[in-house]
Design a protein. Sequence first.
Length: 391
Amino acid sequence: MISAMKDGLLAVAAIPFIYYFIGLFSSWQFFRGTARGSGTPHNFTPPVSNLKPIRGLDPDAYENFASFCRQDYPDYEVLFCVGQEDDPVVPILHKLMRDFPERRIRVLFGSGGKGSNDKVVKLARLVSEAQYEVVVISDSDVRVRPDYLRTVIAPLADPKVGAVTCFYASIEEKTFAERLQTMGMFSDFYVGILVARQLDGVKFALGTTIATTRTRLAGFGGYGAIENRPADDLLVGRLIAEQGYEVELLPYTIFTVADYGSMRDLFHKRLRWIVVMRHMRPWGHLGLIFTQGLPWSLAAIVIHPSAGVALGYLGAYLALRFAMTWMVGIWGLKQDSLWRKMGLIPIWDALAFFIWLTSFARNSIRWRDGEYYIRDGRLVPVTSSTAEPAG
């Protein structure tokens, strides 16, 4: 009886390996089409409004914003929305306007709304103020190459495509936490995205880039309809997909400037994200236990302490995790620098498992300088503080 139970637990401990194989297959399926998809014509160039909700001063903010002013694209504007005129980012925006007089750059002050998600309230105003039908929404810490607009707009030439999103990679990493975060993105987060795409299609978007139209946004009520909800980027992708449109995930990488000064910063941001996921997709969040190969491999060794089990489970775990990271980050997204960070994979997996466990004890999230409950899919301030979240 005890032997049978041990065998059963060993079988359960192997379930993450099945997920890893699915991850490998999903990644291969996606990136093998890169060459086929690279022929997408980039001559579809409708006028575009770039929308950027801003709060505070991110590292290298000027270079991030300036990259949007150096686009190889015929006709576009850049709109910023800032909460207050005394925000420290305002002098940077004024400098941007002086340095790029040939670009149409506008700065709006105040969102004019009262939703608990300040970023979304700002986006609602930006969409209403946008001059053009086609809009590209991006976070304030994003930096792009000159071909960015042509690349993310091109798929919208197909009327079946309702939104376009893409991957991102951190640059200018200075701390251990930033390098660990990068490894987590390529070895864990992006693998999960590609598995989701393979099994259920793309029904999400990433906040670093959402290219769509005002009509598609209006189809679900626009940003005003989700101004009190978290994870607005994921929601926008889902709500556009629910209208019957495709959400296109491109094998194209943009950049974000790393800003994790400490492990504490990394822990709290990751915890915030996973607590939000627990409320939005409780069964999916619970199912993450079967994607955790490291703790299950260690459990297998405890259940059956032998050299064969240790070598088999830990060897399979390391081989599959390294293979997934190589396929997504190095082969697929051409991030050759990941070779030097491969040893961080088990450290990331241990941290991710600890954060997942911690998420069950959290009833609120910390967002910038505020604490919020998530109730019925909505953000509710813990106190009467007027502090509002921003992306």
